[in-house]
Design a protein around this ligand. Sequence first.
Ligand code: CMP
Length: 138
Amino acid sequence: MERTLSIVKPDGVEKGVIGEVIKRFESNGLKVIAMKMVRMSKEQAKGFYYVHRERPFYDSLTDFMSSGPAVAMVLEGENAIANNRELMGATDYREAAEGTIRRDFATDIERNIVHGSDGPETASFEISYFFNELEICG
Ligand code: CMP
């Protein structure tokens, strides 16, 4: 069993696809064991994406992530990190496989509907960024 962090980003919330995204997780072996709606400040978004601080898109990405509510979730399942990444599809929706969340709903490389942890260390940092142990019902 593995845990990963998923975020339905502000564009996903705005488009009304929170339920659709969760349905895909639940139908594909990922159990939601913690969830909350969050409105990140610019500083909180910068802290979350600190690993990308040198990237040219860091400022715009953190503006976007703090532009409205998002839904953070902890998912649990076998190979949860890789499974979630497969369900999301490539970062750039134009390269994402058919039937993936980003291919179906994203319209922009930055506004790509969902975020998912990319490895075990990232997952543990990202989960603890939003949730304490009491809030995780695994
Ligand atoms: P995410 O999986 O949340 O991880 C980092 C985010 O940065 C990514 O999804 C996109 O939202 C954004 N991103 C990655 N690459 C680019 C890019 N080339 N241009 C703009 N935004 C990007």
